[in-house]
Design a protein around this ligand. Structure first.
Ligand SMILES: [Zn+2]
Ligand SMILES: [Zn+2]
Length: 351
């Protein structure tokens, strides 16, 4: 399968059109015509080699919505024409204890990432969703439930599940007091999800311009992190905090907001947050954790929940050719709250 995509070919380089070969489909493979792909912060980091592990050329994209073109001889779950989704992981060993528990994202033998990963069979580099098509093993393809808008659902596959997984682990429900720190791609969906689960949601943000948005999204309270008095007043009032800030920061100011046995989980960030002083944990036996997206079953649960409740990310649709502009705007936090690429614009370029 010949695919066209947009790739970064050098450190800090621009995204440019690139034609490449997808792997020859295996019996368990699903060939997907990509319709939409979300633009995640990881895409930007990887394109610029911020994590020092990028293999160039890199084709980013790990929030994929598409239509099945063809299926291999052993595929049972999908047929041509099905609308499907693919997230940040396209393979795992499926034999280890973590895979057996449905937590393929934590595969003890390392999951295969959708891009900048290595195919488990051929060893070739994987290429992501900024392209016309992709070939994925059926175990890692999800059916998109009826009723979920295909042009907006893509960000659920990484940003959405990043928040959903910890909310479910904590069994968030009616009466849970949840704090969401940061109102970006992950944060804004997490607010919608926590509210839909019945939680009382407090948004903690550094930007006054987001107060109104947070309330519109369903938050009960908004606290400006720069407002020392408001932060002191909120102290000890939250049971759970989802920290979605993508850059290094001091966790202790947020730990102060937790009540007895409260938990703070860091999502959507690989940044170092420095050292945590035991003092900020011992006044209330508090916990700090971190979480990485979710497994396939849990992601399907999220898609189903969003279809039933009509929960969708707030998106701005762009053309593939606008990706460099989109990256620049993301750096300036000029997006509410997620870009989605309409892949018809890439196919038009080929015609
Ligand atoms: Zn495994
Ligand atoms: Zn992502």
């Amino acid at each position: 399968m010949i695919a066209k995509g947009y790739a970064a070919s050098e450190v800090g380089g621009q995204m440019i059109a690139w034609t490449f070969d997808r792997r020859k489909p295996r019996p368990e493979d699903v060939e997907i015509d990509i319709l939409y792909c979300g633009v995640c912060h990881s895409d930007l980091h990887q394109a610029r080699n911020d994590w020092q592990n990028t293999v160039y050329p890199v084709v980013p994209g790990q929030e994929i919505i598409g239509r099945v073109l063809a299926v291999g001889s052993s595929v049972r779950k999908f047929r041509p024409g099905d609308i499907v989704a693919v997230g940040p992981i396209v393979d795992a060993c499926l034999e280890c204890a973590h895979c057996a528990a449905g937590e393929e994202q934590y595969c003890l033998n390392r999951p295969t990432l959708t891009y900048n990963g290595r195919d488990r069979v051929s060893g070739d580099v994987t290429y992501g969703g900024y392209s016309t098509g992709i070939v994925v093993s059926e175990e890692f393809v999800m059916r998109l439930p009826q009723g979920l808008a295909i042009n907006r659902a893509a960000p659920l596959l990484c940003a959405g599940i990043a928040g959903w997984s910890p909310l479910r682990r904590w069994e968030i429900g009616a009466g849970s007091r949840v704090g969401i720190v940061g109102l970006g791609g992950v944060g804004h969906i997490a607010v919608k999800l926590a509210v839909a689960l019945g939680a009382q949601v407090t948004v903690i943000t550094s930007s006054p311009t987001k107060i109104e948005d947070a309330l519109k999204l369903g938050a009960t309270n908004v606290v400006l992190s720069s407002d020392e008095r408001a932060m002191a007043e909120a102290s000890g009032h939250l049971d759970y905090i989802l920290d979605t800030i993508p850059v290094p920061h001091d966790l202790s100011v947020y730990l102060d907001l937790l009540s007895l046995e409260g938990s703070l989980v860091v999502v959507g960030s690989l940044a170092s947050h420095g050292s945590i002083r035991p003092e900020s944990l011992l006044r209330g036996r508090k916990r700090v954790s971190a979480s990485l997206v979710g497994g396939i079953a849990e992601t399907m649960e999220l898609l189903q929940f969003c279809a039933e409740r009509q929960i969708l990310p707030d998106t701005e649709t762009i053309a593939m050719q606008d990706i460099n502009m989109a990256f620049a705007r993301m750096e300036h936090r000029d997006i509410k709250y997620r870009f989605v690429i309409d892949m018809a614009t890439l196919k038009a370029e080929m015609a």
